[in-house]
Design a protein around this ligand. Structure first.
Ligand code: NAG
Length: 458
């Protein structure tokens, strides 16, 4: 009798502590200001026009690039039989540089990137670049289709280049589906043709504000959003901050942050089945493997979160430096096994041209430093974890690709995503899903939005 009373008291105290410590949900949605990020002397300029834009890089920029590519120094040979396990192999990288210098045809690639219509508009002091693509038709099998605005958000070291293949998959009608997408694909502030802030503070939630303002400026008060990498975090923030505007959010890198999620992932060490279904357990446990991969792949993050301007300056001087740093990610983040291949597996899923298109976006726009500052803004103490606690009440979906760098089980993602209606696992694909497996990602987006639309109609 005495023992069981103690037992009950201990359980009660334990539960109270659990609830007290881990009660991170905060239902009051914060209102973020429309902060002005541009140069002080342009503040009076209230130009809200939307200007058509085409990429048009001068020949001078291209000849300067070629001169730099011609002036490389002697490469240090990789250690014997190490492939890409010490980082990019200089042995193979020579081929990439030679291709870039002699075969890659910028004018042709530029024309391809200009195939879809692009615009620039000034938001909160920054010129924001975006693709705006209307559906190929709005009538299918004699039926009028509902046109649904969908924002696609990229991450680092990606760009709008990643979405080129998925665009037609989302703007062409599908059998037995009565809607179609109108796509808005912005470059993140400080990335590619979108200007970066001139003062500190522009982190992911502040980008969510800018993108929401972009959508409403285009006349879209209700829209869907999709993203990977930073894009998934920005889209998550948009869903949390603007439930009135975001009808649904789809992410291909769902993360569960915060104390409670961390606690449960550790509980999973003892009893995995409490946290993740058996068939997916290998994606997180043994935690050691998961953790080692994150350690191996996240050195860049520490660097960029603390000294973005140092590494930015260094990479910006040489196209080889920039390509090495960027392309390493397209090897190991696509598949960890690729580091054992002599060519880093780069051409398993991508063409050399499309990989270089993405590098070119960083090179020609001089945007490496501004792109990397997003890490510093996010990981500073004011911002870290700030938006993990707001429940996301609008419908959300996660697509978990097998080689994604981090994996959070559905059970812990649900702590924040209180209306998670789809969580699909894929046995193919990695971090750059839109770029690598566009058909899988697009099918998953269609499925999710169909579910939401069916409920909206009811
Ligand atoms: C780029 O600009 C130049 C000079 O203004 C012009 O002659 C050329 O047609 C433009 N090219 C494209 C692809 O728009």
């Amino acid at each position: 009798m005495y023992k069981s009373t103690i037992f009950v008291v201990i359980i009660a105290i334990g539960l109270t502590c659990y609830v007290k410590i881990f009660d991170e949900t905060d239902n009051s949605i914060p209102t973020l200001p429309d902060t002005y990020w541009g140069p002080a002397d342009k503040k009076s300029n209230n130009d809200i026009s939307i200007k058509p834009f085409k990429i048009n890089i001068s020949n001078d920029v291209i000849s300067d690039l070629n001169e730099r590519l011609d002036k490389t120094r002697k490469y240090i040979a990789p250690l014997e039989n190490t492939a890409w396990t010490y980082g990019v192999s200089s042995e193979y990288f020579k081929n990439i540089i030679s291709y870039w210098r002699n075969k890659y045809d910028w004018n042709k690639r530029q024309a391809l990137l200009n195939k879809y219509s692009q615009f620039i508009t000034t938001i909160q002091g920054l010129d924001i670049h975006f693709y705006h693509i209307k559906p190929t038709t709005t009538v299918y099998n004699g039926k009028k289709l509902k046109v649904i605005p969908l924002l696609l958000a990229h991450g680092w070291p990606g760009s709008v280049v990643e979405f080129q293949k998925i665009i037609p998959m989302l703007t062409t009608p599908k059998e037995n589906v009565d809607f179609i997408f109108e796509l808005i694909i912005p470059s993140l502030p400080g990335y590619g043709f979108s200007q970066g802030a001139v003062r500190p503070g522009l982190a992911h939630a502040e980008i969510a504000v800018i993108f929401k303002n972009l959508m409403t400026r285009l006349g879209f008060n209700k829209f869907y959003a999709q993203g990977g990498d930073w894009g998934s975090i920005i889209v998550r923030d948009m869903a949390a901050l603007y439930p009135e505007n975001v009808v649904g959010a789809h992410m291909n890198m769902c993360m569960a942050n915060g104390l409670k999620a961390t606690f449960w992932q550790f509980i999973g060490l003892l009893v995995p089945s409490l946290v993740v279904p058996k068939e997916h357990a290998h994606r997180v446990y043994p935690l050691k493997n998961h953790f080692l991969r994150i350690m191996e792949e996240s050195g860049y993050m520490h660097l960029q979160a603390t000294k973005p301007d140092t590494i930015g300056l260094a990479l910006n001087e040489s196209p080889v430096s920039m390509a090495v740093y960027i392309l390493e990610k397209f090897s190991t983040w696509t598949n960890p096994e690729y580091r054992f291949k002599e060519d880093g597996g780069l051409l398993e899923k991508y063409t050399m041209d499309e990989l270089l298109d993405n590098v070119m976006i960083y090179w020609i726009t001089n945007s490496m430093t501004t792109s990397m500052r997003l890490y510093a803004e996010t990981f500073n103490t004011n911002n870290w974890g700030k938006y993990d606690k707001y429940p996301i009440t609008v419908p959300t979906a996660c697509a978990a690709f097998i080689h994604e760098v981090s994996y959070s089980p559905e059970s812990v993602v649900k702590f924040q995503h209180t209306n998670l209606i789809q969580f699909n696992h894929f046995d193919d694909g990695g971090h750059f899903a839109a770029f690598e497996v566009p058909h899988l990602l697009s099918d998953d987006i269609w499925k999710f939005i169909q579910k939401v639309e069916n409920n909206v109609d009811k």
